[in-house]
Each structure stands twice: as C-alpha cells, then as structure tokens.
Design a protein around this ligand. Structure first.
Ligand code: ZN
Ligand code: ZN
Length: 332
C-alpha cells in the first residue's frame, strides 16, 4: 500500500512528508485492522512533520483522526465486527496499571502510546488499532465530518473542562481552527458567551456564524473580562494577553501538545487575583465517549475541507499557512 510517512522532519514547505510503499499491516492480538475512509489533519501532524515533536520512530505514518471500517479481526478481538465503522483516535494504548491509569487519569499514563506518533496512523489505506481504544461514531456525522471529532473535538472538550467555565460564563478562545470551532459550539450550547481572538478573517467570520458574541484580533483584549480562556494557537506570546483578559479567579487552559516559549509574566498583571493557568495533556477514553455523545446531541456543525489522500502534503502546507477554515480532512 502507499503510505505517507515523515522522512526528515523539517519545514513543511521542504517536503518532510513522503509517500512510500509498505506492506498492509496485520491485526495483532486484541487489535483490529481498519480500512481508512477519511483521516483528519491535526496540528500535531504538522508539529511531527516539522520536528517540533521528536519522532518516536523513523518513517512513522501520521494521522490520528481516522474514520474507517473494520476489515480484519486480530486473535482474541471480540468488541467489533468486520464491516463496523469506527474511529481511531490519538490515544492508542495505556498501561492500565500505573497510578494515573488506576485513578481515572489515563491521559497522564506514564507509558502511553499514540496513533500517528508511536504507531502508524491513518495517512495510509490501512491502519490497526487496539480494539479497546477505538470509538463507535454517531450516525449523525458522515465520514468527513466525523474525522475532526476524534482529536480536535475530544481534546477541545477536555480543554473546556480544564478551563472551568461556569454555566452561562464568559469564554475567550485564542486561535480558531479545527478544535476551537467545535469546542465553541459546546460552550454556546451551555449558554456561554464566547469571544474569539484570531488573526484569520475567515475564522472570525466562522466564529460569528456559529454564535460567538465577538471576534477580534489574536492579541486584542476581549470586550469583557473572561471567566475562562482556552489557548488553541501554539503561540506562547499569547499567554500574557490571555491571562490579562481573565477576570478575578479565572482560568486559562492551554490546549496544544506544543507551545512556543511563554514570555516573562508580570505577577500583578497576569497571575494575581487567583488567576490559574493549566495545560491539557491527551484525553481519557471517557472524555472521548462523553464528547461524541455531546456532539451528536447538539448536532455539532463541522467545518471541514476535504483533500484527496494523495494531497496530504498540500493539506499540511495549507494548515501551516492558515489556509484551512475549520479542519482539513483526507479522503481515501
Ligand atoms: Zn498507565
Ligand atoms: Zn490531534
């Protein structure tokens, strides 16, 4: 099969992603093989291709928002049937025995494995997944719409929990791409007033269409103090303005796996009055189940731009240069 892999990590315009021939993988014990129908393009794929995230092994196939159909059951696999549609997410495996796994915090597992980083992902015709980590997908979403839910959606959902938004509260969202436009809809469905800060005019427009109360420049102060903020842009220099925008007792959650350096903070301006800054690390399977149910319940609108699988490199370049409004999705 033809699979995209990360060859030499580097600037995405220099072609770090190449397409190679490799054998179709076989499902091992407890695994299923999935014929890929669509695969979302996550910013993490870009960080991997560009070397912001160190590769866990050479020639890894990216892609951890995979929608596909089970086409082979590994020995002992019982959860799925051949022909089932399922989703393959970022969290591929946890140890199940560390202090985090046994206390309901498997997102902090000390020995996790991730799809498209440790294990080959969905930028390929086939991938395999541990049956216990795949998701059933709500029928409300077609294959293109469902893909971004699997990381952008789930991680955004966790970020929203981490941001401690009170019911009816004021939420600031910094950066408005694949993850943010989904997360905003959950907050809005719970009565929040949402303010979006992004440099992209198209993203500002999308935010307003979805019901945001305001949309302005990336580092501009929102029109009112915030109870909570989520930083989706991987831009550390936005941490101080986001903290400054918080009301007393407010919380900033940083959603990304990668962030450029945070500049010096001023205690009085950015932290005093019990403002809190928190990171978000992966997700639990429970986060994923809760999010997918919620997405179906609120009939979440997914803004997706489809690319043929052969153009995965172009999709990554477009993501890098802010030319994707919403989420890019590869179609096999
Ligand atoms: Zn563990
Ligand atoms: Zn992701």
């Amino acid at each position: 099969m033809k699979s995209w892999v990360v060859d030499q990590p580097g600037p995405v315009d220099d072609g770090p992603l190449v397409r190679i021939d490799r054998a179709v993988p076989e499902a091992g014990p407890g695994e299923v093989r999935v014929r890929v129908r669509t695969c979302g393009v996550c910013r993490t794929d870009l960080h991997l291709a560009e070397g912001d995230l160190a590769p866990r092994h050479p020639l890894v196939a990216p892609g951890h928002e995979v929608v596909g159909v089970v086409d082979q059951l590994g020995p002992g696999s019982t959860r799925w049937h051949v022909g089932d549609r399922l989703g393959v997410p970022w969290l591929a495996h946890t140890c199940g025995i560390c202090r985090f796994c046994v206390s309901g915090r498997e997102n902090l597992c000390v020995a996790p494995r991730f799809t498209g980083w440790d294990l080959d992902g969905g930028y390929a015709p086939y991938t395999v997944v541990d049956e216990a980590y795949a998701y059933a997908l709500p029928e409300e979403f077609d294959d293109v719409e469902a893909a971004p839910l699997l990381c952008a959606g789930i991680i955004g959902y966790r970020a929203l929990q981490r941001a401690n938004l009170p019911d009816g509260g004021r939420l600031g969202i910094y950066g408005f791409g694949g993850s943010a436009h989904l997360t905003a809809q959950i907050a809005l469905a719970h009565g929040a007033r949402v303010h979006v800060m992004t440099r992209s005019r198209e993203a500002q427009q999308l935010a307003l269409e979805l019901g945001a109360a305001s949309a302005g420049e990336a580092d501009a102060p929102p029109p009112e103090p915030l109870d909570s903020a989520i930083l989706f842009a991987p831009v550390g220099s936005l941490v101080p303005p986001a903290l400054a925008a918080l009301d007393r007792g407010g919380t900033l959650a940083i959603a990304g796996i990668y962030l450029s350096d945070v500049p010096a903070l001023n205690y009085e301006q950015h932290l005093f009055e019990e403002r809190t800054v928190r990171s978000v690390t992966a997700n639990t399977r429970r986060d994923g189940e809760e999010f997918l149910a919620e997405a179906a319940r609120i009939r979440m609108r997914v803004s997706a731009v489809a690319y043929p699988m052969e153009r995965a490199d172009a999709a990554l370049r477009d993501l890098r240069h802010d030319r994707v409004n919403g989420a890019a999705v590869l179609v096999a």
